[in-house]
Design a binder for this molecule. Structure first.
Ligand SMILES: CC(=O)SCCNC(=O)CCNC(=O)[C@H](O)C(C)(C)COP(=O)(O)OP(=O)(O)OC[C@H]1O[C@@H](n2cnc3c(N)ncnc32)[C@H](O)[C@@H]1OP(=O)(O)O
Length: 402
């Protein structure tokens, strides 16, 4: 039977969702369909059919991502990729990736695509690079701040979700343009991210919502009452603050809650809490990849962000999956703004397109990627200059899995 590929219609959410559930070895739940419907853009979802049977697919959410120095920019947020068990390793994913990336290029849609990868070995072959990491942070309850840390005297208040949500949305929107890696959220995204259904809780409590006039935190608790006294785990879902003082005040509130042993948070890898703590080593940290990024069109993507230093270099780009990127491009950054044009000049560096994706948000250094054999320098000094130009003011961080 030959395989066919097409985009979906509005009434195909149910079979598509069943397919994704089957690929992720999850039970299908009819009641979740309404929540998914708000996120479903059928014309941006591709599915592969074996005869009449939908056996694989993947979708795109139309969103914006904050890039270094230039606020939110359009991004194709790739999501819900799956192939039914029994139909794997015969090129279904490759067909979906081809349809997505070639489609973005041909229709001049988003010049950048991002995703969270279920397994790290999958997306490099399609030109995605590891662009951001998150830190699994664990801080013991009561951990003291350094003398001199200011938390202010404003009371942090726990409030019901209905009161918290509009305030959270406004705070998030105000903070977002300055936070590399944060995504735009519609009401449907907010509803999805904070749905808080029983089966998502994994034995933890419902979300608790905490407000400060300049920030908020959302958390759950896993209770633990051993003989030596309570030592629950407090899991922070999101902590957003417009000021450093509000950030410290919210952390202080969470660290001082009774019955807690540890505060745990999947946070940005430059979360400042280690600098607030008297004993920085009490914060245990381990890192893992979060966002993978794909430069769809080199000449359209690189000018989307700003650069901290000027540079003029010819890049010999290797891109086997999107051949329109292959070859030599001159990247010129003046006053932080980039222009990119095709040239026949001798290259200063050779880069795999994965490395451009990894460096795009300022998270990975091109010098490190060179040591990882994804970048090669021909002109001495060019790599250091280029690597510096790609840095950002903050570590990129994506506070939600989509
Ligand atoms: C953004 C997201 O949604 S991430 C979620 C991805 N989905 C999942 O993890 C759900 C469970 N897994 C699956 O559904 C499937 O196994 C998929 C989607 C990962 C792969 O689908 P397939 O149709 O089997 O992939 P396909 O046959 O096109 O393989 C292409 C290549 O990727 C490789 N590959 C596929 N899956 C993996 C993996 N998990 N790890 C490493 N390599 C992989 C294949 O070996 C093949 O390599 P080759 O080009 O060198 O021959």
């Amino acid at each position: 039977m030959t395989l066919t590929l097409r985009t979906l219609a509005h009434d195909e959410l149910r079979p598509f969702q069943r397919l994704v559930d089957s690929a992720f070895l999850q039970d299908s739940r009819e009641e979740l369909l309404e929540r998914w419907r708000g996120l479903f853009e059928p014309e941006r979802h591709h599915a592969v059919f074996d005869g009449d049977e939908m056996i694989g697919g993947g979708g795109i959410q139309t969103r914006a991502i904050t890039v270094p120095g230039n606020g939110p920019q359009p991004v194709a947020a790739v999501t819900s990729v799956g192939v039914k068990p029994g139909h794997r390793r015969r090129g279904v994913l490759t067909r979906v990736m081809t349809a997505q990336l070639h489609g973005l290029h041909e229709e001049s849609r988003e010049a950048l695509a991002v995703l969270w990868s279920s397994e790290a070995g999958i997306y490099g072959r399609y030109g995605y690079g590891m662009a951001a990491e998150f830190t699994r942070l664990s801080v013991p309850r009561g951990a003291a701040f350094r003398a001199g840390v200011v938390t202010g005297d404003e009371r942090v208040r726990e409030v019901p979700v209905d009161e918290a949500m509009p305030v959270m949305q406004a705070l998030y929107e105000r903070a977002r343009p300055g936070r590399t890696g944060w995504l735009s959220r519609t009401d449907a995204h907010w509803a999805h991210q904070f749905a808080d259904e029983e089966h998502d809780r994994d034995g933890l409590t419902a979300y608790r919502y905490v407000l400060h006039s300049r920030g908020y935190a959302v958390y759950r608790v896993k209770h633990d009452w051993p003989d030596r006294g309570p030592r629950g785990e407090l899991h922070v879902r999101e902590l957003v603050a417009e000021t450093d003082e509000a950030y410290a005040a919210l952390y202080r509130y969470l660290l001082d809650l009774d019955h807690i042993g540890e505060v745990k948070f999947f946070t940005a890898s430059d979360d400042p809490v280690v600098h607030l703590l008297e004993d920085s080593r009490s914060a245990l940290r381990s890192r893992c990849d979060s966002l993978w990024a794909r430069v769809v069109d080199v000449d359209r993507a690189l000018p989307l962000r700003r650069y901290p230093s000027d540079v003029d270099a010819v890049l010999d780009v290797h891109d086997a999956f999107c051949p329109w990127n292959e070859g030599r491009w001159r990247l010129t950054v003046e006053g932080g703004e980039a222009s990119v044009r095709r040239v026949a000049d001798e290259p200063d560096v050779a880069v795999d397109v994965r490395a451009l994706g990894a460096a795009f948000l300022g998270g990975a250094r091109l010098t490190a990627l060179a040591r990882g054999q994804q970048v090669r320098e021909f002109t001495p000094g060019a790599l250091n200059r280029l690597s510096h130009a790609f840095l950002g003011d903050r570590e990129p961080h994506c506070p939600e899995v989509f």
